[in-house]
Design a protein around this ligand. Structure first.
Ligand code: IFM
Length: 456
């Protein structure tokens, strides 16, 4: 048993409009396990996590939360928390084990069970087409930096749309293309672990083209679909008001936010950043995104922290452009990310003011903290609970300022494989004992459940 948190969710809930949806999010590689089941092929994350030294604790997604085998239990868990929406991703290598060619029916059947199980429980499925687990054969053929991936992605999208278009209304094309491109091919801290900025920018370009192709394919096949993309966006602040710091902050906003937001919103690449990147864009037709991208119905915003940026000092420069992240003295989560709920409000208001998407979903928001399991099995994660309360409050403030936020997803439903950090960081509102696979709703999850229940 956990103690009742000392917050008053009833008052907070009254600040949300009727019909506002409360959900939780996960991704395939982070929770499913069963990496060899039913003909699933290898992904770049299988390869990367099995390469010694690539994850902090040597963890892999081989078993993860064993969600693949515990689907019914996990669906019941979601229902017991009163979730109105569940955001999940489809593992491309389950559906197309080599990344191309005909669908693997067994792979599709798992997602049939998931989607049907959600609908039976009154939970709205939000399907993300791609959350980082690229089929390894596609990487071997050049990966995201190779333009052929766009055609492959369109083919994969067509399979999913045909199969799930009758039951899934909410479609997100890609999760965090910045991470796909920059962490995967630039910094090399994510699969496939490549360090080549020019490859990273080609990868980013192809995520834009893949998004465009997928929007077209979904729109054509599922006329009433609500289509979006989940971008990791930051509230950016300059460390000081000096011209140098302000210019660095503007550039960082350009590379981290606007490089992804502007083309998705039909504006093409931001010219100041095209200029800043200069020769590393060689070979990319930067103008081809100026027109032709269909509008999204929903902009998915993944928000965790603010970015405080200062100008590089003499001899200090990051590739490909010199922006240096620093700290502003706020409390931090276990990821070392500053806790800054007002950054979420400011980000949402800025997106509304500058881009005016028809609708915004907070597709990820949450925090990693060290959790202690009490003798009675409970997890009193007060810091995470406070993080959620304060970010939900910031969301309410944005709505009151006129921002059309319609859905909020906690990241994450349950503790899971946190990429390069393996299992050392816990983001769940449900605790997972990775020895026994026992799930326990944390105090933050109980708070969230009570918040949702107070809408009824
Ligand atoms: O776990 C990740 C998720 O896969 C993508 N967005 C950020 C989360 C926390 O790092």
């Amino acid at each position: 048993m956990t103690t009742t948190p000392s917050v008053a969710p009833g008052r907070l809930i009254d600040r949300f409009p009727p019909g506002f949806a409360w959900g939780a999010a996960t991704s395939a590689y982070q929770i499913e396990g069963a990496v060899h089941a039913d003909g699933r092929g290898p992904s770049i994350w299988d390869t990367y996590s099995h390469t010694p030294g690539m994850t902090e604790d040597g963890g892999t997604g081989d078993i993860a939360c064993d969600h693949f085998h515990r689907l019914e239990e996990d669906l019941d868990l979601m229902a017991s928390m009163g979730l109105g929406a569940y955001r999940f991703s489809v593992a491309w290598p389950r559906v197309q084990p080599t990344g191309s060619g005909p669908a693997n029916l067994k792979g599709l059947e798992f997602y049939d069970r998931l989607v049907d199980g959600l609908l039976e429980r009154g939970i709205d499925p939000w399907l993300t087409l791609f959350h980082w687990d690229l089929p390894q054969p596609l990487e071997d053929a050049g990966g995201w930096p190779d333009r052929d991936v766009v055609a492959r992605f369109a083919e994969y999208t067509a399979i999913l749309v045909e199969r799930f278009g009758d039951r899934v209304r909410n479609w997100l094309t890609l999760n965090e293309p910045w991470c796909i491109a920059m962490l995967g091919y630039g910094i090399g801290r994510h699969a496939p672990g490549i360090q080549d900025w020019s490859a990273a920018l080609r990868a980013a370009h192809h995520t834009h083209l893949a998004h465009r192709a997928a929007v077209g394919a979904i729109r054509a096949a599922v006329p009433d679909a609500r289509i979006g993309v989940a971008l990791n966006l930051h509230h950016v602040e300059a460390a000081t008001e000096t011209d140098a710091d302000r210019a660095a902050a503007r550039l960082h906003d350009g590379t981290a936010n606007r490089w992804f937001l502007d083309p998705v919103m039909g504006r093409g690449y931001p010219r100041d950043v095209v200029e800043a990147y200069g020769p590393i864009l060689e070979g990319i037709d930067v103008g081809e995104l100026d027109t032709g991208t269909l509008p999204v119905d929903i902009l998915g915003v993944n928000y965790y922290t603010r970015n405080v940026i200062r100008a590089p000092r003499a001899g200090e420069a990051n590739a490909p452009v010199a922006t240096v992240m620093t700290r502003g003295g706020l409390p931090e989560t276990e990821m070392g990310w500053e806790i800054h709920p007002d950054g979420l409000r400011q980000l949402l208001e800025r997106i509304h003011r500058e881009y005016a998407p028809p609708s915004i979903a907070i597709t990820e928001n949450g925090a990693a903290f060290v959790d202690e399991v009490a003798a009675d099995g409970s997890v009193q994660d007060d810091a995470r609970l406070a993080y959620y309360r304060d970010h939900v409050t910031a969301t309410a403030e944005a709505i009151e300022a006129g921002v059309p936020v319609e859905t909020y997803f906690a990241w994450s439903l349950m503790d899971n494989f946190e990429w390069g950090f393996g299992y050392t960081k816990r983001f769940g509102i449900v605790h997972v004992d990775f020895e026994t696979q026992q799930r326990t709703i944390k105090a933050s999850g109980e708070w969230y459940r009570d918040l949702i229940a107070s809408t009824r």
